[in-house]
Design a protein around this ligand. Structure first.
Ligand code: LLP
Length: 451
């Protein structure tokens, strides 16, 4: 069997039997830019952005798609989503800084986070960030105070805790009652916040938000969130007369990394959610607010591939074969963190039959440093290139320098051209923030204190 049959994917394979991404030969990419290497397919990112817009255009014309930068944020990515007409969701001063450096219009930025610092809030206010998504009552009080001090009047959206436990990894659930995110609908916290906001001239309340989790495949929890939010909006309208201009349903739409993860087409799911929101609001005779969706993974996940060089191969008779690569949990921590299951193939042997099964391991000093368990591959040899698919989201953005491994470069590929959008980290950069006090300098002539 060939990789294309086993994994049921449409690979682009050139006449040398090499994998191609965005018209670029992966073997050449590795030779030019080194490995590990993140490869981002520009057309796929653009196509995913367009799928969202196309799905909502007809069912809910007053919509906005806001890219959740936590999935993958660099200045080039800001430029890409801007060109595709998306807004941007940032969740820290660092993400906000990145967006501003890229020239992303501040008024199209949504600022999230359950514990934004005063410094971060001030940064948002001074730069005129479009909407601040307020997570809790303390933050609301702080923001009102800061708005007064800076003589600004931020537009805010309240993040609600709808009490919905979506079916996904526990670490990726965010809408359940026992969650650190958002203000309670059931316990009256959100209502209290609305009253505070309406009594203050310092902030302008636009509407409500919920994000129930990530890597969710079912549509039902999203519809349940629509139910909770719209019912809350109707209740607030009755109690206070306030009509929401924005209904933000967050992100969280799952992508399939392997054959077992079955997903309906994004266009269908997004369309269904949009239609349902419209129906619910119509049933409540609620003037249609702007519908906002905040996808991260489903915009960039499928557009990313990580390329590694195969190193040592260890065959333990009767146990398993470990195939080590030159990266690991440092560039893809999702396997260790969430038991994520990825697929991969030897990019230089795409037309060779898969006759072996290996376990792909990284180079970190840690037994949990696994990338793929039991992967069918062509006969592997040191120097082969392994491509791991669908690594565009929450890989580069969650990468670390554990074991002092430099973070890989990111190249953007399109139409046979490759462009570096993030340089590979250097050893110099790894030590650039280290300070070495004079008394700790290693002097060969001085005796070590401990022997
Ligand atoms: N909006 C908010 C408020 C969020 O917290 C998130 C993700 C998103 C939107 C985008 O969700 P997405 O469409 O990407 O699922 N590190 C985990 C995922 C954490 C998601 C955090 N919030 C992972 O690697 O699976």
């Amino acid at each position: 069997m060939l990789a294309s049959e086993v994994f049921e994917r449409d690979f682009a394979i050139n006449s040398s039997g090499h994998l191609e991404i965005g018209g670029c030969d992966v073997v050449e990419l590795a030779q030019t830019f080194g490995t590990p290497l993140y490869v981002l397919d520009e057309e796929k990112v653009r196509a995913n952005c367009r799928t969202y817009r196309a799905a909502l255009k007809n069912v809910y014309p007053n919509y906005e798609v806001v890219y959740a930068g936590k999935a993958f944020l660099t200045q080039a990515m800001c430029g890409l989503v801007y060109q595709e007409g998306l807004g941007l969701d940032v969740v820290s001063g660092g993400e906000l800084y990145t967006a501003l450096q890229a020239g992303f219009p501040a008024e199209r930025i949504n600022f999230h986070g359950n514990n934004k610092s005063r410094v971060e809030l001030l940064m948002a206010l001074k730069n005129g960030v479009g909407r601040i998504i307020v997570d809790n009552l303390m933050e609301l009080e702080t923001l009102i105070q800061l708005a007064k001090e800076t003589r600004t009047q931020p537009q805010v959206i309240f993040r609600l805790r709808p009490g919905i436990a979506a079916h996904t990894h526990t670490y990726a659930q965010t809408g359940q009652e026992d969650s650190k995110f958002g203000m309670g609908v059931k316990d009256g916290e959100a209502l209290k916040a609305v009253k505070i906001a309406l009594a203050s001239s310092q902030i302008k309340l636009l509407g409500f938000h919920a994000h129930i989790g990530s890597q969710i495949f079912e549509v039902a929890p999203f519809l349940a969130a629509v139910d909770v939010l719209t019912a809350f909006m109707a209740e607030i309208r009755t109690q206070t007369g306030f009509g929401a201009q924005v209904l933000d349903l967050g992100g969280g739409f799952g992508i399939a990394h392997n054959k077992q993860e079955k997903t309906r087409s994004l266009r269908e799911i997004v369309g269904q959610i949009g239609r349902y929101a419209r129906e619910r609001l119509a049933a409540l005779q609620y003037p249609l607010p702007r519908l906002v969706l905040e996808p991260g993974r489903s915009i960039v996940g499928s557009a990313g591939t990580t390329i590694y060089t195969v190193g040592n191969i260890k065959r333990i008779p009767g146990v398993r074969t470990y195939m080590a690569v030159d990266g690991g949990m440092t560039d893809n921590p999702r396997v260790a963190l969430y038991q994520a299951v990825y697929e991969g193939a030897l990019a230089n042997k795409m037309n060779e039959p898969l006759t072996e099964v290996v376990t792909v391991t990284g180079k970190c000093c840690e037994s949990g440093d696994m990338l793929i368990w039991d992967l069918p591959v062509a006969v592997p040899e040191p120097g082969d290139l392994l491509a791991v698919f669908d690594t565009g989201a929450y890989n580069y953005s969650m990468a670390s320098n554990y074991n002092r491994l430099p973070r890989p470069a990111v190249v953007l590929v399109a139409d046979g051209e490759a462009e570096v959008i993030v340089r590979r980290e250097t050893y110099e950069q790894l030590v650039q923030n280290d300070l070495l006090p004079e008394r700790l300098k290693v002097k060969p002539e001085a005796e070590p204190i401990a022997k």
